[in-house]
Design a protein around this ligand. Structure first.
Ligand code: WTA
Length: 610
C-alpha cells in the first residue's frame, strides 16, 4: 500500500465509518444480519446490533465445507520434535467431538470454562469448541502459577478446567496438573477437570475420581456425531481474558463474538497482507491476547495455514526458530522485540546458516522496538526485503489499533498510523491534542468493533479505568508522541503496569505475592529498564520485625513469587529497605522509587509524607 493510498483510504474509512465496517463484516458469514452497525451508550459499545453469528462457525464450518477443507490449518511442532498437522476439516472434526464432551458435562451457553494448557493443538481446539457451543473461555497462560490460576477460576466462576499433565519447555517438563491441583484446592466452582496427555507415562499425575478425566478417553467415547453450532447474538460474550491492571486484582476483559470476529479478521488480512498461499507464524501463546487474536481467531478466520511451535525460542540451539522458518517456508513471521533482541545477541551466524528467503512480512508486538533491533530484523532476518509491521494494541482493544501497513513508509521505533476506521490521538491532561513531537496520553475515540465490552462483573471499574481519565476518550494507559506526518511513537505505560519481555504484569499483583511471604511486611515493585527484556522487575522489600535480611531470603522471596504467580513475574532484583515512600493517604509512591532508580525527575512530590 502506497502511503498516499493509506491516507485516502483512511480518510474515507473515518468519514464513512459505518459503511466501512459494514462492508468488512459482509465478508464473513452471519446467521442473521444487523439492524445497525454500531451503537454507543458511553462507555458501552454494541456492534452489529441485532445480528446473529458464531465466530467458530466462520472458522470451522465455513472453511471445512469449502475448497479449504483439506488445506492445513495448523502445522504443530513439539519441543521434543513431534509433529502434528490438522486440516480445516480435521480441526472441525476435533471440535465437534470435543463439543459433545463438554456438553456431556452440562456446559451450556454462557458457562465459563478455564483453559490452562501449553502450546499444543488442544489449546486451540478447546477455545474454538467453547465458542462453538456458546461457552465463554477463560484462557490462563501455562507459565502462570497457582494463585494466578485459582484467582482467574474463582473470579470467572468457571465450572470446567481443561489442563494437561505437563508441558515441555527448555528441555524440561513442567508439571501443570500439579499446579492445577493446588489451584483447584483454592477454587471451589470447578466440577470437572479434563486433562490432556502431553507427557504421558514419564509423568505421574494425580487423577481424582469423579472430578478428573483424561481428554483422550473422553474423546474416544464418540458421544455424538454432530453438535449444532450455537446461534449467538453478536454481542454475546466470547471470552474473558484476565490482564494486569493498576490494582492487585487482574481485570477480566470481556470480548464479544461479532465485533471481535470482524476486527481480528480484517487486521490479520490487511496488516500482514495475508494471501491464501502464505505460511503464517505468530510466536505468541494463546494464553495472551496476541495468541487469541493472531494465533487463533485472526488467521483461522482467514483460512490461513499457520505454524505453532510448543517450545522456547533458543532450545536446543539458538537457531531453532530460523530452522522452523526454513523447513516450513514461513512467509509471515510475527514476534516480540524481546525475542528479536535475544536472538540478535547470539550473533548473525546462527541466522545466516538458514535460508530465510521464504519470508515476506515481519511483524512485532507487545513493546516498543528499539531501532537497533529493528535494523537487525530488517537486514539480517528480512534481508532488506520484508516490511516490518509494528503493531500497537492491547488486550482491551482486541485488534491492532496502530500499525505500519506493508508498503507504507517505515519509521523504526514508531509504531505507525491508526488502522482504518480507528481514530487515535495524543492529548494533554485536559484532552487537548498536543503538538507534534510532544509527549502526551494516547487515547482512542470510541468505538471500534473489537473494543472490550467491559470488565467481567465490574462495570464501575471498567468506567473508571478507561473512561474517566480523559473524558470522552478510551484511555490506553500509554504515553506517546505524534510526528508531523501523523506517525505515533509509543513511549510506554504511564500507570503501574509493567511490561517485561512483552508480558504485561501489574505492580500491585507482584507486590501482593511478595507480601504473602511470611517474612515480608511491605513491598513495592518498579520496572527497571533492561536492554534485553525492555524492563526487569525490581522490588523494594520491608521485612517484618526480627527477620534478618540475607541473600538466601531474597532467593526464597523470588521463588515464592514464582510459585504464586509464575516465573515471568519473578523480581530480578530485590533491595531490602527500612520503609517505603508514601503519600499522606498511605499510598506507596512507586514513581519516586522509580525516579531514584533510573535517575529521572520524580514529578510532583507535594503529597509525599515527610
Ligand atoms: C504495549 C499486547 C509499543 C503497550 C498486544 C500496551 C506496545 C500494552 C506495542 C498492552 C507496540 C503493545 N509498541 N508498545 N507495538 N504493542 N504495547 O494487553 O504498553 O498484553 O498498552 O497486549 O503493551 O499489553 P497487552
Amino acid at each position: 500500500m502506497e502511503p498516499r493510498e493509506y491516507d485516502e483510504w483512511y480518510k474515507k474509512s473515518i468519514e464513512n465509518r459505518d459503511e466501512f465496517w459494514d462492508k468488512i463484516a459482509r465478508e464473513l458469514d452471519w446467521f442473521e444480519p444487523w439492524d445497525k452497525v454500531w451503537e454507543w451508550n458511553e462507555p458501552f459499545a454494541r456492534w452489529f446490533v441485532g445480528a446473529k453469528c458464531n465466530i467458530a462457525y466462520n472458522i470451522l464450518e465455513r472453511n471445512a465445507t469449502t475448497w479449504r477443507k483439506n488445506k492445513l490449518a495448523i502445522i504443530w511442532e513439539g519441543e521434543n520434535g513431534e509433529i502434528r498437522t490438522l486440516s480445516y476439516y480435521q480441526l472441525a472434526q476435533e471440535c465437534e467431538k470435543f463439543a459433545a464432551v463438554l456438553k456431556s458435562f452440562g456446559v451450556r451457553k454462557g458457562d465459563r470454562v478455564t483453559i490452562y494448557l501449553p502450546r499444543i493443538p488442544e489449546q486451540i481446539i478447546s477455545m474454538l469448541t467453547c465458542a462453538k457451543i456458546g461457552a465463554v473461555h477463560n484462557v490462563v497462560y501455562s507459565g502462570l502459577s497457582v494463585e494466578a490460576l485459582s484467582e482467574r477460576i474463582r473470579d470467572s466462576q468457571s465450572k470446567i478446567l481443561i489442563t494437561a499433565d505437563g508441558s515441555y519447555m527448555h528441555g524440561r517438563t513442567l508439571e501443570l496438573k500439579k499446579i492445577a491441583d493446588e489451584a483447584l484446592s483454592r477454587s471451589p466452582t470447578i466440577e470437572a477437570c479434563i486433562v490432556v496427555r502431553r507427557i504421558g507415562e514419564k509423568m505421574i499425575v494425580n487423577m481424582e475420581p469423579g472430578r478428573d478425566y483424561w481428554y483422550h478417553e473422553l474423546m474416544a467415547l464418540r458421544l455424538a456425531n454432530e453438535v449444532k453450532t450455537e446461534v449467538m447474538d453478536a454481542e454475546d460474550p466470547l471470552f474473558i481474558l484476565y490482564t494486569s491492571g493498576t490494582t492487585g486484582k487482574p481485570k477480566g476483559v470481556v470480548h464479544a463474538h461479532g465485533g471481535y470476529m470482524v476486527g481480528t479478521y480484517i487486521t490479520t488480512k490487511v496488516d500482514f497482507d495475508l494471501k491464501e498461499e502464505d505460511t503464517y507464524w505468530c510466536t505468541g501463546d494463546a494464553g495472551w491476547i496476541t495468541g487469541h487474536s493472531y494465533v487463533v481467531y485472526g488467521p483461522l478466520l482467514n483460512g490461513a495455514t499457520e505454524i505453532i511451535y510448543e517450545g522456547a525460542v533458543n532450545y536446543p540451539y539458538p537457531d531453532k526458530w530460523w530452522s522452523i522458518i526454513e523447513r516450513y517456508g514461513v512467509s509471515i513471521f510475527y514476534t516480540t522485540p524481546t525475542a528479536i533482541r535475544g536472538l540478535m545477541r547470539f550473533g548473525d551466524a546462527w541466522t545466516k546458516r538458514h535460508n530465510l528467503s521464504s519470508l515476506r512480512i515481519l511483524g512485532t508486538v507487545g513493546e516498543p522496538i528499539n531501532p537497533v533491533a529493528w535494523d537487525w530484523l530488517y537486514t539480517v532476518v528480512g534481508n532488506g526485503r520484508c516490511p516490518i509491521v509494528d503493531t500497537y494494541w492491547q488486550t482491551e482493544t482486541g485488534m491492532h489499533t496502530i500499525t505500519t501497513i506493508p508498503g507504507m513508509k517505515m519509521k523504526p521505533g514508531w509504531a505507525g498510523k491508526p488502522f482504518f476506521g480507528i481514530e487515535s490521538l495524543v492529548v494533554d491532561d485536559k484532552g487537548k491534542p498536543v503538538r507534534a513531537q510532544e509527549i502526551g496520553h494516547l487515547v482512542l475515540k470510541p468505538s471500534w468493533p473489537s473494543m472490550l465490552r467491559g470488565l467481567y462483573n465490574d462495570p464501575e471499574r471498567y468506567r473508571e479505568k478507561y473512561w474517566t481519565t480523559i473524558p470522552g476518550y478510551y484511555y490506553t494507559g500509554d504515553a506517546a508522541k505524534i510526528d508531523e506526518e501523523g506517525y505515533i511513537q509509543i513511549i510506554g505505560r504511564e500507570d503501574d503496569v509493567i511490561k517485561v519481555s512483552g508480558y504485561r504484569l501489574g505492580s500491585a499483583e507482584i507486590e501482593s505475592a511478595i507480601v504473602s511471604h511470611p517474612g515480608v511486611n511491605e513491598a513495592a515493585v518498579i520496572p527497571k529498564p533492561d536492554e534485553l527484556k525492555g524492563n526487569i522487575i525490581k522490588a523494594f522489600v520491608v521485612l517484618k520485625q526480627g527477620v534478618e535480611p540475607s541473600n538466601e531470603l531474597k532467593q526464597e522471596i523470588i521463588e515464592h513469587v514464582a510459585h504464586e504467580l509464575g516465573s515471568i513475574a519473578k523480581p530480578s532484583e530485590i533491595e531490602f529497605v527500612e520503609s517505603l515512600p508514601k503519600t499522606r493517604s498511605g499510598k506507596i509512591m512507586r514513581r519516586l522509587l522509580r525516579a531514584k532508580e533510573v535517575g529521572t525527575e520524580a514529578g510532583d512530590l507535594s503529597t509525599l509524607e515527610q
